[in-house]
Design a protein around this ligand. Structure first.
Ligand SMILES: Cc1cc2nc3c(=O)[nH]c(=O)nc-3n(C[C@H](O)[C@H](O)[C@H](O)COP(=O)(O)OP(=O)(O)OC[C@H]3O[C@@H](n4cnc5c(N)ncnc54)[C@H](O)[C@@H]3O)c2cc1C
Length: 285
C-alpha cells in the first residue's frame, strides 16, 4: 500500500513550524527521520492532512557539552549519536544501547528525538533517558519547557508533549561516580527487544549506593524497578542479595503476553538481565 495524499511543508524556522502546527491542528504530523511515521502512513494506519518536515530547522542536530550536562539535539541521527565520542564519554549507557536500535539503515535516518517522541515501550532510548535522569526540552508557541524523562513517557505511544509542541533537545546531567550497563534480549539482533534493561548505579567499594534500573518491553512505558533497587541499595552484591532482589523484581514487573513471548518468559528474561547487568555494574566491566 501507499500513503494517502497529504500536503508537505518544510519550515525553515521554529516559528514557521508552530504556524503550520496551529494551521493543521491534530491533522498535521511532524516528520523527522520518518522511520516510524512513514511505514504508518504507507499502511494507512495514519492519514494526516499534512506532514511538517522539521529536518531543515537549524540548530537541532548537534551533540554538545554544556554546564547542564551532555545535550543531544532532537534531530541528531541515531547513528551519529552511536558514533559520537562525546556520547561515549558522558553517556556510555546510550553508546552501548544504540547498536540495538534497529539496523544501520534505520539509524542513519532515524533521529534521537523521534525515538523519544514515538514512545514505543520496547524502544531502547526512552529507558536509557529515564535511567540517566535526562531532561527533555520541548518548545511551543508559548515558549520552552523541560520535562523530566521519568514524567515524559505516559503510556504506549503517549508522551507529555502537548499539541503544537516540538521536542528540541535532551539534556543528560553529569553523574560522576555512576556506572552503567545496557542489555537486551531479542529473537534476532535489530528486532525490537522482548525485554531490555538500562542500568545506572553509583557504586563504591563494591556496594550499590544508589541506582536506577529501567526496563523496556515489560509494560506500557519504561518501567523502573524500584523494589529491586531498594533491595540492592547499600548492599554488596553477592548470591544472597541477588536472590532477594530477584524476588523483589517480580513484584516490580507485570509484563504483557503477546505473539512474541509469554509473560512468564518475559519475567524470566528480566531476571536473567538483572543478574547479568548488576554483576557488570559492580565489577565495572
Ligand atoms: C525496520 C525498523 C526497525 C526498528 N527497530 C527499532 C528498534 O529496535 N528500537 C527502536 O527504538 N526503534 C526502532 N525503530 C524505530 C526507529 O528508531 C525510528 O527512527 C524512531 O522510532 C523514530 O524516529 P524518526 O526520527 O524516524 O521519527 P519519525 O518517524 O519521523 O516520527 C515518529 C513520530 O514522532 C514524532 N516526532 C518525531 N520527531 C519529533 C520531534 N522532534 N518533536 C515532536 N514530535 C516528533 C512524529 O510526528 C511522529 O509521530 C525501527 C524502525 C524500523 C523501520
Amino acid at each position: 500500500m501507499k500513503a494517502a495524499p497529504f500536503a508537505y511543508h518544510r519550515p525553515q524556522t521554529l516559528d514557521e513550524a508552530f504556524d503550520l502546527l496551529d494551521r493543521y491542528g491534530g491533522d498535521g504530523r511532524i516528520l523527522a527521520g520518518g522511520q516510524s511515521l512513514i511505514p504508518t502512513l504507507n499502511m494507512r494506519l495514519a492519514t494526516p492532512a499534512a506532514l511538517i518536515d522539521i529536518n531543515r530547522l537549524p540548530g537541532l542536530d548537534g551533540i554538545r557539552e554544556s554546564t547542564d550536562g551532555l545535550v543531544i539535539g532532537a534531530l541528531a541521527r541515531q547513528e551519529d549519536v552511536a558514533r559520537s565520542p562525546l556520547v561515549a564519554r558522558h553517556a556510555p549507557l546510550i553508546a552501548e544501547a544504540m547498536p540495538h536500535v534497529g539496523h544501520l539503515a534505520v539509524r542513519t535516518r532515524g533521529t534521537f528525538g523521534g525515538s523519544l517522541a514515538v514512545a514505543d515501550p520496547a524502544a531502547e532510548l526512552p529507558a536509557c533517558a529515564v535511567a540517566l535522569g535526562a531532561r527533555i526540552r520541548v518548545a511551543g508557541r508559548g515558549g520552552s519547557r523541560e520535562i523530566a524523562a521519568a514524567q515524559f513517557f505516559r503510556g504506549i505511544y503517549t508522551t507529555a508533549l502537548a499539541a503544537g509542541e516540538i521536542l528540541t533537545e535532551v539534556v543528560i546531567p553529569a553523574s560522576p561516580g555512576w556506572r552503567s550497563a545496557f542489555g537486551e534480549l531479542a529473537r534476532r539482533h535489530g528486532d525490537y527487544a522482548l525485554v531490555g534493561l538500562a542500568a545506572h548505579g553509583r557504586i563504591s567499594d563494591g556496594r550499590v549506593d544508589e541506582s536506577r534500573l529501567v526496563y523496556l518491553g515489560v509494560g506500557l512505558a519504561p518501567v523502573r524497578a524500584t523494589k529491586a533497587e531498594a533491595a540492592i541499595t547499600g548492599r554488596r552484591i553477592d548470591g544472597a542479595v541477588l536472590d532477594a532482589a530477584s524476588a523483589a523484581l517480580d513484584a516490580d514487573l507485570d509484563p504483557p503476553a503477546d505473539v512474541h513471548a509469554s509473560a512468564a518468559l518475559r519475567r524470566h528474561l528480566a531476571r536473567v538481565l538483572f543478574r547479568r547487568l548488576l554483576t557488570r555494574l559492580v565489577e565495572g566491566s
